[in-house]
Write a protein that binds this ligand. Sequence first.
Ligand SMILES: Nc1ncnc2c1ncn2[C@@H]1O[C@H](COP(=O)(O)OP(=O)(O)OP(=O)(O)O)[C@@H](O)[C@H]1O
Ligand SMILES: [Mg+2]
Length: 255
Amino acid sequence: MSSPASLRMESVTVDFGGLRALSSVSIEIKAGEVVGIIGPNGAGKTTLFNVLTGLVTPTSGSLYINGQARKWPRIHELADIGISRTLQGVGLFGELSVSENLLVGATHSQKPNLFLALFGLNGRTEGLAKERVESTMRQFGISQYGAQRASDLPYPIAKRVALARAVISNPTTLLLDEPAGGLGAEDISWLKDFVLRFRRDRSVLLVEHHMDVIMSVCDRIYVLNFGELIAHGTPDEIRKNPAVIAAYLGGEATE
Ligand SMILES: Nc1ncnc2c1ncn2[C@@H]1O[C@H](COP(=O)(O)OP(=O)(O)OP(=O)(O)O)[C@@H](O)[C@H]1O
Ligand SMILES: [Mg+2]
């Protein structure tokens, strides 16, 4: 594993036709930080992740990794840069088993290509990948579900498998899009512990509506509203920020 990188996105604007989803947004994740991105529904949080992971090309804006300007990464370059993500909701391959889903994540290609994952490896690499799948399933407490189809899993287990699939490639920067969404108190508590353990030597960018999760694990928080960055600060600063309070009271209230 390489050491975590600092990432900086500067003046990122994304237009979808006439809709400006992000308007000159700048954010930075320093190595080893947990950085939160919050904001009401439709604020542009997932779009920001999509820009950083090659799913959306911004209209304008720049990316710096460890201070060096570079092109926006393409999906297949993410593993080399050390970036991995979960999708909002679950985003597993429903027809595949849990261990097959993890194998896709383990083969260092972020392309959803099971064929490559299973047959594009030589015997030794395949053995290592399978060992890694086993140990990751143990680490996430999901070994007993290994042979189950992802679409048959209870929701909290599916969320945990999605997290395991993102982590198995050993990323140095992990992007989590609403990892606590739909979970109960026990799973949320597990998730908080997971984020705090992970950040001991790596970085996390966390999009979340659960304010208790954001406030208890983030070092710094950025707040988006209608594609604009309206605030940035520590959890305490954000909690008291009038613009943030107004954005949440004016939009959909979240816990
Ligand atoms: N591919 C797309 N094409 C057109 N519009 C899009 C696309 N992706 C997102 N949008 C729009 O951009 C805006 C920001 O969406 P985004 O999904 O980034 O919001 P979000 O902050 O993640 O919201 P939520 O909390 O509901 O997940 C929304 O108005 C959305 O409808
Ligand atoms: Mg979203």
